[in-house]
Design a protein around this ligand. Structure first.
Ligand SMILES: [Mg+2]
Length: 321
């Protein structure tokens, strides 16, 4: 590889120590040297919870580009810390769940991901914010929250993404909770529901395309409520999601919003980007338009859709399951 002699500014790495990827952090250092990185800030954390502090430190030290080494949880923590700061993020998808990277067409290939981080396009992407914390992929209560809560760490590591889906199916017994959902201040749904999902990108879990028309740069969040009850109805919802359009399902109601509030009839655990957060009876969510700058693959697509290479594109690497 020919080193580029362009000015790359100050680069920071925030890495989850336990996540393996390519030839590991040693290979990353070599690749960064090849890119001609002068000043390098290096932070390693034993768990993603410790990442925000390091990300903020990187910002304070003058990082222009922050490379995040980890999965969705790690990316979510860093994105939350760096939202609206003006810094650019490069994602090195080292986790078992890399849905954000997958949606953006960033492959699970270390040299390629590094190349994108340095030579890709800087895109301003929307974030969602729920109860004060930013997310990049999705947030919600019900189906996914229960799914993640049940997927214990060991299972998640052994089985990866599939564990999300299977523990979810095991869990689903149609626990309906009264939900009062308002969209941009207007009542939108009131009744019994099993799950409320907010999506920033289309593929939100287990390779399932839940929001067909989601774009992370349109200033809107996708909103879905499912009223499915019991394993048979749920199997139908999942079947529709994998084979057709989600909003064809009689048990799914979907729209698009800038601001969402949901009052829950019973306390539910909510999640952001695959991580279980608190147990609450109210969710206050909004879109944060252009809240973060991410390096994405340079668009070679000169037809039709120059703005987006994301959820509507079909990156060759995204067809794993
Ligand atoms: Mg959107």
């Amino acid at each position: 590889m020919v080193p580029r002699k362009q000015k790359v500014g100050t680069v920071a790495v925030v890495a989850h120590q336990r996540k393996t990827f390519g030839g590991g952090l040693d290979e990353l250092r070599r690749l960064l040297a090849d890119e001609g990185v002068g000043e390098l800030l290096w932070y390693e954390v034993p768990k993603s919870k410790k990442a925000p502090k390091q990300a903020r430190k990187a910002l304070k030290e003058g990082a222009d580009l922050v490379l995040v080494w980890g999965g969705d949880g790690m990316v979510q923590r860093c994105v939350d810390a760096l939202a609206e700061s003006g810094v650019t993020i490069g994602i090195l998808p080292a986790g078992t769940a890399n849905l954000f990277a997958q949606n953006l067409g960033i492959p699970e290939d270390l040299p390629k991901a590094v190349h994108i981080a340095f030579h890709g396009e800087s895109r301003k992407l929307d974030l969602g914010k729920v109860n004060g914390e930013h997310f990049a992929v999705m947030a919600g209560v019900g189906f996914d929250a229960a799914m993640i809560k049940d997927a214990d760490r060991g299972l998640k590591d052994r089985l990866g993404r599939a564990a999300y889906v299977w523990t979810g199916l095991r869990h689903i017994r149609g626990e309906l909770v009264h939900m009062d959902v308002r969209i941009d201040g207007v009542p939108w749904f009131e009744g019994e529901a099993s799950c409320l999902l907010l999506g920033n990108v289309g593929t939100i879990t287990g390779g399932i395309e839940a929001f067909d028309d989601a774009r992370p740069d349109d200033g809107w969040l996708e909103v879905g409520v499912t009223t499915a009850k019991g394993p048979i109805q749920w199997a139908r919802v999942l079947g529709r999601m994998t084979t057709g359009r989600s909003d064809d399902s009689p048990f799914v109601r979907m729209t698009r919003a800038r601001k969402i509030t949901a009052k829950l009839g019973a306390p539910m655990t909510y999640e952001l980007d695959g991580g279980a957060k608190g147990t609450v009876t109210e969710l206050k969510a909004k879109v944060v338009p252009a809240g973060i700058t991410i390096r994405v693959p340079a668009s070679t697509d000169t037809s039709g859709n120059p703005e987006v290479t994301t959820s509507t594109g079909e990156p060759a690497d995204a067809t794993r399951s």
